[in-house]
Design a protein around this ligand. Structure first.
Ligand code: SAM
Ligand code: SF4
Length: 338
């Protein structure tokens, strides 16, 4: 069933149709990536979280308003207890044609355990974050991660039939000389690779200016070794893709800093407490948990979503510069979800 034509669909003040929701199912994580979190994080009390049933109901309300794609993220979505029951419910929504797809962004640590269940419950594409293929560097970047486990997880995902895209955050002095290896690794296994610029979200231990590596620089360097042909391929996200002629694989660039892509933004983000952020890079938000719990019917939550979308801002104003010490927004990426 397509979303009911009787219910007007979500269009923001800038004429952008909102059809994509990213849901952070937990702010917790079994890694502490240096660009994402500080080592000593305090997390939300469990009592503040929406239950998995409430998350499913909330996503149902979004589908009534025309949402066709959902990406589960976090924190690490696969560390939320019993998350597969939510994924199974969303799989039923795909079968009922309320959704086109459910995808997942994961650090891969639990994938070996969950890959087959993901496929069985209707997930077909996942993003796995791998910034480096050097085990020591991987440990240094993630603080707590084990590269071997993540690579096993990727193998399990591919064996289960999932389409896997690798995401790597471009980090000065960390992985900046590894992109050729990452391209060979990903494309050699039939996976797309997307490079991402660091965004100034939340306090981390350290200075983001030291980490930040503009992808304009990376692309220039890559062009010495690879033939990159612009292609029209889109996955509904902000990445712009090229085809690497030598490998035949796709390489994406997500450039919130050097090339703002807000004009085509089709998405909003919901946290595990039911807070709706209309923009990753702005503070304005709406409390959907209150609306959800106000009634067994969905009318209040649908009204709250509509009201919030009428406030969706034009875009973010990220700056990473020596003179700017505070992050653009205080919350970490793990709260709003990547
Ligand atoms: N834990 C999962 C993972 O790492 O894939 C999902 C959540 S994580 C917040 C989603 C994505 O955001 C990851 O690819 C991660 O590398 C990226 N990320 C985290 N903090 C970031 C930041 N400050 N700037 C840019 N990307 C960031
Ligand atoms: Fe965890 Fe993902 Fe953030 Fe790394 S990027 S700390 S894996 S939420």
């Amino acid at each position: 069933m397509q979303s009911s034509s009787a219910v007007p669909q979500l269009v923001d003040p800038f004429g952008r149709a909102i059809s994509y929701v990213r849901v952070s199912v937990t702010d917790r994580c079994d890694f502490r990536c240096v660009y994402c979190m500080s080592e000593d994080m305090s997390f939300l009390p469990k009592k503040d979280l929406l239950t998995l049933e409430e998350l499913d109901r909330l996503i149902g309300a979004f589908t009534t308003l025309g949402t066709r794609r959902v990406r589960l993220t976090g924190g690490e979505p696969l560390v939320r207890r019993n998350v597969m029951s939510l994924i199974a419910s969303l799989g039923e929504r795909i079968k009922a044609d309320q959704l086109d797809e459910v995808t997942l962004t994961t650090n891969g640590s639990q994938l070996a355990r969950f890959a087959e269940d993901l496929y069985a419950n209707g997930v077909r594409r996942i993003n796995v974050s791998v910034d480096t293929l050097d085990p020591d560097k991987f440990k240094a970047v993630t603080r707590w991660g084990d590269l071997g486990k993540v690579l096993d997880g990727i193998d399990a995902a591919l064996a289960a039939g999932l389409k896997v895209k690798l995401n790597a955050v471009a980090l000065r002095d960390v992985n900046e000389h590894e992109f050729n290896d990452l391209i060979r690794f990903a494309h050699g296994r039939g996976m797309d690779l997307t490079l991402i610029e660091t965004m100034p979200l939340g306090d981390i231990d350290g200075d983001r200016t030291d980490q930040y590596l503009p992808l304009s620089t990376v692309r220039q360097r890559l062009s010495r070794d690879w033939t990159m042909d612009e292609i029209d391929y889109r996955t509904g996200g902000p990445a712009r893709y090229v085809r690497v002629a030598e490998t035949g694989g796709r390489l994406g660039f997500i450039t919130p800093m050097t090339h703002n892509f807000c004009e085509s933004c089709n998405r909003v983000r919901v946290t595990c407490t039911g807070t709706l952020y209309m923009c990753l890079g702005q503070d304005d938000a709406a409390d959907l948990r209150k609306a959800l719990r106000a009634s067994e019917g969905d009318a209040p939550v649908i009204a709250a979503i509509r009201e919030a979308i009428s406030r969706k801002p034009k875009g973010h104003d990220f700056i990473i510069d020596r003179g700017v010490t505070a992050p653009a927004v205080k919350r970490h990426m793990s709260v709003t979800g990547g």
